[in-house]
Design a protein around this ligand. Sequence first.
Ligand code: SF4
Length: 446
Amino acid sequence: MENKKVAFYTLGCKLNFSETSAIGRQFEEHGFEKVSFEDAADIYVINTCSVTDHADRKCRKVVKEALKHNPEAFVTVVGCYAQLKPQEIAEIPGVHAVLGAAEKFQLVETLAGFRKPDAGAPGHVHASPISAATEFHAAHSFGDRTRTFLKVQDGCDYSCSFCTIPLARGNSRSDSVQSVVERVQKLAETGVKEIVLTGVNLGDFGLQGPERERKENFYDLVQALDEVEGIGRFRISSCEPNLLSDEIIRFVARSKRFMPHFHIPLQSGSNKILGLMRRRYRRELYVERVQLIKELMPHACIGVDVIVGFPGETEGEFLETYQFLNELDVSYLHVFPYSERENTLAPTLPGRVQDRHRHERTTQLRTLSEKKKRHFYEQHVGAETAVLFEDDVTNGQMEGFTPNYIRVVAKYDPLLVGELKRLRLTAVNPQNLMEAEELGIEVFQH
Ligand code: SF4
């Protein structure tokens, strides 16, 4: 008998992508065949995001799309949005089941007990309150990239006033150092070249078990992974500035495996706004972090998340953020216009910023980001460096990354995929991508 087919669609962050992969592997272990979303599958799983704007509209669209490929398919929705609005999603025509954060990793077993609801009836909902999401489920993305995103932490105990993630993913919890090391060793055996450590609040790594005891911390993890043979490159996906300790920065500066690349959320350059956002640092601490990184690793790449148009952000405070970032030695910005989320504190604050201003401020900072990126890239023209090529092809071109996350373009060559090449960076093209020339020497890669 032919295997049943399952297809996935993922919205949102890398964590979601790694969890989709993990759920996909569970299906395969149960004898399912994983097919692409465009194929006719028996089951479609849509992994949603709560941070995406218009999550509802996007989810509807994907459900419709799935049923276009197979009108008889069983459609299931999981993920952050499914946890926040299970009933609403169950009402979307064509949705047969909705699973919450505590249930999504039991998807295969749970689905076995479900039949399609009667025509016109809402989908089954299987979502416990978020307080039930206490277990840690390991996950990693695999199969389509040289780089693998490895989830080592989930949930968040902070209460930033704009953020809905703690409501969608629950409290902070982690894998153990020992278990992450074993996973990394296994990944190394499969030929993975680069691992990006991923979590919701990664720097808070270490809370384990039902008691959520802290026996280990993120620094312990970084030190242990640096000893694992077989993986050439590690990156830290994102770390709150108050948790990115001096010892971690100093360690990365000494490490051969942890790349000189940091992503540190700032959100605002105004201390008043940081306070309203309930962030756990002031701008002065952020400056200290950047200065230490640049002092120890002048070539390091630093990415910054910023939110503009937060309630109460005046034109003056926005300019404070702009000025702050303009003067700071960082390499690129991820800019998000503030967007109201239900059940968070921020929408109740006075001083709503008009949408028009939110978008103008976003554009201004995105333009600044392009300038900063170009400046960072131009500083490296002429440098010889190792580039790890990935397998995405666009218009006959492929891309690879240097240790400090400079994106290098090259003509597509399947033999380059997954290869670490020593190249000379030659010029920054009009699309803000780096061009390079070959030196012909392949560098050693485990
Ligand atoms: S640190 Fe703040 S922004 Fe990040 S997940 Fe936690 S609550 Fe959300």
